[in-house]
Design a protein. Structure first.
Length: 80
């Protein structure tokens, strides 16, 4: 199979630069993904630890004010 790709010299230069920096870019993406995942886990954990549920899983109150404050701050930092 033969594939022909048409691109401008600038596009080719960008492509070659990507090939040279591929490992570095992949490490950066992985690091960013891990940071995002960690923040997500911290937020979820804080919410789950802060809220009190009944036997049916319905939220009936806040059991830990410090944890709800942490959850609020994480959500605020992440989404606002």
């Amino acid at each position: 199979m033969e594939i022909t790709v048409k691109m401008s010299p600038e596009e080719y230069d960008s492509f070659r630069a990507y090939q040279k920096d591929k490992e570095s870019l992949e490490r950066e993406v992985k690091r960013d993904h891990n940071k995002l995942r960690q923040t997500h886990e911290e937020l979820c954990s804080a919410v789950l630890d802060a809220l009190e549920q009944d036997d049916d899983g319905k939220i009936i109150g806040i059991k830990d004010d410090d944890k709800i404050e942490i959850a609020f701050d994480l959500a605020n930092d992440w989404f606002c």
